[in-house]
Write a protein that binds this ligand. Structure first.
Ligand code: MRU
Length: 342
């Protein structure tokens, strides 16, 4: 397969490497990702994360395994294992459905490589379209708040919500970005802060609980987030804490935008209640761990709930900014998001 370089994926000499997103920003470490076990481990540990990137890395690995001569039935098994690695983001399932079709071709080795690389190229283009459409909604001097990490680390391109922030910044319209640290895993505090710094976008890092006060003081002009799955009625699953931002934005009369590729839409999922939400380990809530060190602050026997995502109802969303267009609530007033897509 050809050489490929994105912010967080490298394909060289038929080896797949991923940038360890658990180690950033203290350390820029690349991890080998050449077996299903390795990649599933990276996905579970969030060394590879972000809805689009998970799907792309799984697709590339399967294409590599096919080139290495793994038999078809073993490839099908590997595909099923990877498909189950994270339940909430639908991009993984959507990408692997396309790889599965390639696996069914008579020349499946070439077909899988072509399809995996096509998915990467498409993702780059989707990010650019989202950025163009989203930036058109950003007014001069905007102070924008974002949650989790939706940039080049999480996609093959410039990102989704962060792509919009970047394009709006290039157009001179961003005064500042408020970066939610994003508890419990600190994707905002570690990854978004690092990415915005690299991109030269002015930002201030805040604890998630500070957003309400900033909104009350009139210091937030709009909220921009990504999505892991958009249900058929427009409800959106995204990183835990997104829903509270949407409620706050609604209360304060601030626009709340969801930026995502159309591949995040799941027409088979009727509403947010039907989106599977990943539960993660208690240790992520009772303390923190990363390349910065680790510590536990809660009592050893503390009972913990740790859903990785929450669902924002369509009614709280000002617009879904997709690569194929900006969808406004009026367009889904019949409860069918799908119709607005065509
Ligand atoms: O658990 P994560 O870090 O993978 O969660 C990521 C998010 O919630 C992102 O907003 C979403 O995947 C979109 S990334 C372009």
């Amino acid at each position: 397969m050809r050489t490929l370089n994105t912010t967080s994926l490298t394909l060289r000499d038929n080896q797949l490497w991923i940038l360890d997103q658990q180690a950033l920003p203290q350390e820029k470490r690349w991890c080998s990702s050449n077996s299903v076990e390795e990649l599933v481990g990276h996905i579970h540990a969030l060394r590879v994360r972000g809805a689009p990137l998970i799907g792309l890395s799984a697709s590339l690995l399967l294409a590599l395994l096919a080139e290495r001569g793994l038999p078809r039935d073993a490839l099908a098994e590997a595909l099923a294992t990877l498909r189950a690695a994270r339940p909430t983001a639908v991009n993984l399932m959507n990408n692997l459905d396309r790889i599965k079709l390639a696996l069914a071709q008579p020349d499946w080795v070439a077909a899988m490589a072509t399809e995996a690389l096509r998915l990467v190229d498409e993702d780059r283009a989707l990010c650019d379209s989202i950025a163009d459409r989203g930036a058109a909604l950003v007014t001069p001097g905007s102070r924008l708040l974002t949650h989790c990490n939706t940039g080049g680390l999480a996609t093959a391109g410039i990102g989704t919500a962060i792509g919009v922030l970047l394009r709006a910044h290039q157009q001179g319209n961003v005064a500042q970005v408020w970066v939610d640290e994003t508890r419990p895993l600190l994707q905002g505090g570690r990854l978004t802060a690092w990415e915005l710094g690299e991109l030269g976008i002015p930002y201030r890092l805040i604890c998630d609980s500070m957003a309400a006060g900033l909104m009350a003081q009139g210091k937030v002009d709009a909220v921009w987030v990504g999505a892991d799955r958009i249900a058929a009625n427009g409800d959106v699953a995204n990183k835990i804490g997104t829903y509270s931002l949407a409620v706050l934005a609604h209360y304060h009369g601030i626009p709340f935008y969801v930026a995502a590729p159309h591949t995040t839409h799941d027409a088979h999922c009727p509403n947010g209640a039907a989106i599977p939400i990943e539960q993660r380990s208690a240790a992520e809530v009772t303390g923190v761990a990363g390349s910065f060190g680790s510590c536990q602050w809660a009592p050893a026997d503390a009972q913990v709930d740790n859903p990785a995502f929450d669902v924002t109802p369509a009614a709280l969303i000002s617009a879904w900014v997709l690569d194929c267009g900006v969808i406004r609530p009026e367009q889904v007033s019949d409860g069918i998001f799908q119709r607005a897509l065509v």
